[in-house]
Design a protein around this ligand. Structure first.
Ligand code: AMP
Ligand code: TRP
Length: 350
């Protein structure tokens, strides 16, 4: 079982999929299909790590799970050539998490900034699952011995933890791994984050210093993938800006987070660099740039929104895709779990 190049990534079904999810992650999922075997997962087990006030309860979870799968497919992920499934259907995610729980150190998890942000002031009352979230994420990736992980900037620290877990497992069980015939004691690869493009961190439309997020109480802070053309236009026209005209050079964006964000969005959606965008719009007023941005957003997002609508209207069809994907994912996962159990010394049926 040699390590092959494989892509894995996940998105939580916690509602309000937005432009940040699309540009930071999903666009890259689509691109990577040309060069890699890809596995894209709707991480429903991650979704329940916060209270039901965040994930909405059982009916909402199922609805959101189908919606994320629909977004992958509507954006251009091919669930036949690659794998699209929901995490809870493959038991290996939970099993490998337990083993990794015994490899990862409390000190490592205590440094995770996302836990600190999500737990807030009342840390004692956060779920154990929220604390353990990055270990489950490492298990997601390494269950398929994936080598490349397309994510937004906010997941960088979690990827570093996944690399630490892979390395410590390889060290702790080095002799056993060699005993099982794996070259140089390398069982788990070091997964590489792919944080690429001009919009790896899309910011809120209301505050250029805050990340665009599913949970922001203001719907005007984000463009949802399901927004219609009028809503997109309204949100972009209302987006916070400053009174200066757009600069002609990228350097001029440094102290202007809102301008930088809108230019980054335009660049990402049009497949150009920020400098190229500024060469066209620099010196002009925001209002005309915003008009162009509205047009571009609507052009790129409307077909995705209508395809998502069509897909979620047929839940049976989406569920069949997820079941098929889970079966194929499980075939890979089962191989990893067999070897992992042998490496750890767990007796199993042959
Ligand atoms: P989540 O919604 O937290 O499950 O995130 C799904 C994917 O979208 C991850 O790869 C995130 O890094 C990415 N993502 C979330 N928010 C943003 C954002 N504001 N800008 C860029 N990428 C994002
Ligand atoms: N933690 C990721 C997020 O919130 C979602 C996720 C779960 C993930 N498991 C993953 C991303 C594995 C990449 C690989 O955005």
């Amino acid at each position: 079982m040699a390590i092959v190049e494989r892509v894995f990534s996940g998105v939580q079904p916690t509602g309000n999929l937005h432009l940040g999810n699309y540009l930071g992650a999903i666009v890259n999922f689509v691109k990577l299909q040309e060069t890699h075997n890809c596995i894209y997962c709707v991480v429903d087990m991650h979704a329940i790590t916060q209270g039901a006030d965040v994930w909405g309860g059982p009916a909402e979870l199922a609805r959101n799970t189908r919606e994320v799968a629909a977004a992958f497919i509507a954006a251009g992920v091919d669930p036949k050539k690659h794998i699209v499934f929901n995490q809870s259907q493959v038991s290996g995610h939970a099993e490998l998490t337990w083993i990794f729980n015994c490899v990862a150190r409390v000190g490592w998890l205590s440094r995770m900034t996302q836990f600190k942000e999500k737990a807030g002031k009342d840390r004692e009352n956060a779920s154990v699952g929220l604390y353990d979230y990055p270990v489950l994420m490492a298990a997601d990736i390494l269950l398929y011995r994936a080598t490349h992980v397309p994510v937004g900037e906010d997941q960088k620290q979690h990827l570093e933890l996944a690399r630490d877990i892979a390395q410590k497992f390889n060290n702790d069980f080095g002799d056993s791994i060699r005993g099982q015939g794996f070259n140089e004691g390398l069982f788990f690869p070091q997964p590489e984050p792919l944080i690429t493009g001009p919009a790896t961190r899309v910011m809120s439309l209301r505050d250029g210093t805050k990340k665009m997020s599913k949970s922001d109480s203001s719907d005007n802070s984000r463009i949802n993938l399901t927004d219609d053309a009028d809503t997109i236009a309204q949100k972009i026209r209302k987006a916070k800006t400053d009174p200066e005209p757009l600069p002609s050079e990228e350097k001029g964006l440094e102290t202007r987070p809102e301008a930088d964000n809108l230019v980054g969005i335009y660049a990402a959606l049009s497949g150009r660099s920020k400098q190229q965008v500024l060469s066209e719009f620099g010196g002009g007023q925001f209002s005309s740039f915003k008009n162009a941005l509205v047009e571009l957003c609507v052009e790129k997002l409307s077909p995705i929104a209508s395809e998502m609508k069509r897909l979620v209207a047929d839940p049976g069809h989406v569920d069949a895709i997820l079941v098929d994907g889970a079966e194929r994912a499980n075939a890979i996962a089962a191989e990893t779990m067999k070897s992992t159990k042998d490496i750890v010394g767990f007796i199993r049926s042959r």
